[in-house]
Ligand binder design. Structure first.
Ligand SMILES: C[S@@+](CC[C@H](N)C(=O)[O-])C[C@H]1O[C@@H](n2cnc3c(N)ncnc32)[C@H](O)[C@@H]1O
Length: 235
C-alpha cells in the first residue's frame, strides 16, 4: 500500500492515535451518505429506539462527528429540564461544525475530547452511543474506550455501538474491503477480522453484550449492558 497522507490535526486530535477527521469536517455531511450508500438515516433509525429516549435522561455520543445523530437524539427526547445530551469528538473542527449546526437546543452540548480518556465522572450517563467510530481505533484504543464507556455509564445503563464487523455477504465484503483499500486504514481490517467483537468480549461488558441486528452485509448493531449492582443480601 502507498503511505497515507498526513493531515493537519487539531490540538485535541493530536493527543490520540485514533484516525481523526479535522480535515474532513467541512465536507463530512456530504461524504457520509455517499460512504454508507445512502443508508445513514435508515441506520440511525435502528439506533434511536435502542436508546429508550422516552425515559432516558443523559446520553453521550462518542466520536459524534458533525453531530447529526446527537441532534436526532436530543430532538427525540421529552423536553425535561434535566435532560443532558453530549457529543464528543477528538477533531475540534468536527465539534465546531456540530455546534454551528445545532443552534440553541436546551440540554445539548458538544466538546472536543478523547474516547479513551473521557472527561466525565463515573456513572454520569444512562446511555453511551457510537456510530462508525470504532473502525477509527487500533486494538489498544478499542479496549481503552470500551473501559471508559463502562466507567461513565451508570449501573443499569447501556451502550449502543454501530460499526464495521465481520462481513456476512459478498456485497458486504465488497463494501468493507473497499473502505479498507480506499482509506488504507488498518483499523477497518481489524473490524473485518472480528477484532471489535474480541475487544468487547475482553472488556468489562464481557458477559452482557449481544448483536441486536446486522446491516448492509458488514455492519453490526451491538448492545452492551452495565448490570445494576446486586442488592445486598438481606439477613
Ligand atoms: C467516521 S466518523 C463518525 C462520525 C459520526 N459518529 C457518524 O456516525 O457519522 C469517526 C469520528 O471519530 C473521531 N475520532 C477518532 N478517534 C477518536 C478518539 N480517540 N476520540 C474521539 N473521537 C475520535 C473522528 O475525528 C471522527 O469524527
Amino acid at each position: 500500500m502507498r503511505p497515507k497522507p498526513r493531515h493537519p490535526r487539531s490540538h485535541c486530535a493530536s493527543r490520540t492515535a485514533g484516525i481523526t477527521l479535522d480535515h474532513a469536517a467541512a465536507l463530512y455531511d456530504w461524504l457520509a451518505p455517499l460512504m454508507t450508500l445512502g443508508s445513514e438515516s435508515r441506520l440511525h433509525r435502528h439506533v434511536l429506539p435502542l436508546l429508550d429516549l422516552g425515559t432516558t435522561v443523559s446520553v453521550l455520543d462518542v466520536g459524534c462527528g458533525t453531530g447529526t445523530l446527537t441532534r436526532q437524539i436530543v430532538d427525540a427526547m421529552p423536553p425535561a429540564a434535566n435532560r443532558w445530551v453530549v457529543g464528543i469528538d477528538a477533531a475540534e473542527a468536527m465539534i465546531e461544525v456540530a455546534v454551528r449546526k445545532s443552534g440553541k437546543r436546551p440540554g445539548l452540548a458538544f466538546a472536543a475530547a478523547l474516547a479513551e480518556d473521557l472527561p466525565y465522572p463515573a456513572g454520569s450517563f444512562d446511555r453511551v452511543v457510537s456510530t462508525f467510530f470504532f473502525h477509527h481505533l487500533n486494538a489498544e484504543l478499542k479496549a481503552n474506550s470500551l473501559a471508559e464507556f463502562w466507567r461513565v455509564l451508570r449501573p443499569g445503563g447501556s451502550a449502543i455501538i454501530l460499526d464495521v464487523d465481520i462481513p456476512y455477504s459478498r456485497f458486504g465484503a465488497l463494501c468493507a474491503y473497499s473502505g479498507y483499500w480506499l482509506f488504507r486504514q488498518a483499523e477497518i481490517k481489524e473490524n473485518i477480522d472480528g477484532r471489535l467483537r474480541a475487544a468487547i468480549q475482553q472488556s468489562p461488558f464481557a458477559n452482557s453484550w449481544r448483536i441486536i441486528s446486522r446491516h448492509s452485509g458488514y455492519l453490526s448493531l451491538f448492545k452492551l449492558d452495565k448490570p445494576k449492582q446486586k442488592k445486598e443480601r438481606e439477613t
